[in-house]
Design a protein around this ligand. Structure first.
Ligand code: MRU
Length: 374
């Protein structure tokens, strides 16, 4: 399967043996694709934010290794050699960014594929072939799952807020085509509401310090002609107080088994403000963002990024504007407690709370069926 660099909003352009990533650091001013030849290129592209967003990171990493082994002309190892090679590279890729679980989830699934393949493989190349096919399927599956999230999310919001003819939704960071293989998660819900003619307006935060909202989400919303307004992160409380928001919908980097959700720094503040104003706060995420091995958000490792993101303009890429010598704390994510989350929109349906105010995510994942409205 192949994706082509014919749409400026496509962050991952892949065809067998070649991968290009849209350099998101340059958006919206420049549209530049970087060639990714191997897992080392991808590790740096992920660490340096060329590609970002939990699902996009996972897929870009998986495909970079597919490209690397496809082009490994001199490899004549056994199937066990191929498994060791792929396993080592997958572990290396997982070390690029720690908070988003999608990358380690993809690595675990790909390791399962190659250990199954080795049972029937005649040589190392057949293991590589099985790996390549599995990585390509991840690319295809992500778009389908995002469309399902969009549709479930729009249906849920519609049914919950049925006194309103049209809804305005506030979102944070970038969860759109750029953060995924296409369409997006929280932004996918906004896209679906717009397609169904029930979106009044999307509000997007700037998302300091890296400005994923003002640079990327605003770009996607304008590109799709979706009525949209950009706000400073600090304007969210005033916006909600003014009654201009019917729901807040955000993405996730890792959801613990109890529903605690790690997402872009500032998400927790939005959830508190939404609670104060009695506004539904929803997390939109594929099942690959759910980490059932963690009982709560306390166990989620939060990535801290360079002080330069705060000290300098353009998320650290421009000149220094903050006072020289000041110390900086720059966590990339925060954890929103499940108590503040009204529902989790997945590709299998919306997870809502049972009577005791707890999510039963394990049960939902086990059943693999929708628990709530379509
Ligand atoms: O640091 P980033 O830009 O990778 O952070 C991205 C987010 O926090 C997104 O909300 C999350 O990954 C979900 S993307 C569908």
């Amino acid at each position: 399967m192949a994706t082509e660099a014919n749409n400026s909003l496509q962050s991952i352009c892949y065809k067998r043996g070649s991968l290009q990533l849209l350099d998101q650091r340059k958006l919206p001013l420049e549209t530049i694709y970087l060639n990714i030849q191997d897992s080392t290129d991808a590790w740096h592209a992920i660490k340096d934010m060329v590609v970002r967003g939990a699902p996009a990171i996972a897929i870009a990493a998986a495909l970079s290794l597919a490209v690397e082994v496809f082009n490994l002309e001199n490899f004549d190892g056994t199937s066990d050699d191929a498994v060791s090679y792929l396993t080592m590279k997958l572990e290396y890729l997982v070390s690029s960014r720690p908070t988003a679980v999608n990358l380690s989830d993809a690595a675990t699934k790909l390791k399962e594929v190659i250990s199954k393949a080795v049972a029937t493989a005649s040589d190392g190349r057949s293991v590589f072939q099985a790996y390549i096919q599995a990585a390509e399927i991840m690319l295809e599956d992500d778009v389908a799952s995002n469309k399902a999230i969009g549709s479930y999310g729009a249906g849920f919001l519609h049914s919950q807020l049925n006194n309103f003819k049209k809804l305005s939704v506030l979102t944070h960071c970038n969860t759109g085509s750029l953060a995924t293989a296409g369409y997006g998660t929280a932004l996918g819900v906004i896209r679906a509401l717009h397609t169904e003619g029930v979106l009044e307006r999307a509000y997007c935060t700037e998302t300091r310090p890296f400005n994923q909202g003002s640079r990327l989400t605003a770009f996607e919303l304008v590109h799709d002609n979706i009525p949209a307004t950009l706000i400073a992160d600090s304007a969210a409380a005033a916006l909600m107080k003014d009654g201009r928001v019917n729901a807040v919908v955000v993405g996730a980097d890792r959801v613990a088994a109890n529903g605690d959700t790690a997402n872009k720094i500032g998400t927790y503040s939005l959830a508190i403000i939404a609670k104060h104003h009695n506004i539904p706060f929803l997390v939109a995420a594929p099942l690959t963002s759910i980490d059932l091995s963690l009982s709560s958000g306390k166990e989620i490792v939060i990535e801290e990024r360079s002080p330069k993101e705060l000290l300098n303009t353009r998320g650290g890429l421009g000149e220094q504007v903050a006072a020289k010598g000041v110390s900086v704390w720059n966590p990339a994510f925060d954890v929103t407690p499940a108590a503040l989350v009204s529902g989790i929109i997945t590709e299998k349906g919306v997870i809502t709370k049972k009577g005791n105010d707890d999510f039963d995510i394990k049960d939902f994942v086990k059943k693999g069926a929708k628990q709530c409205c379509s």
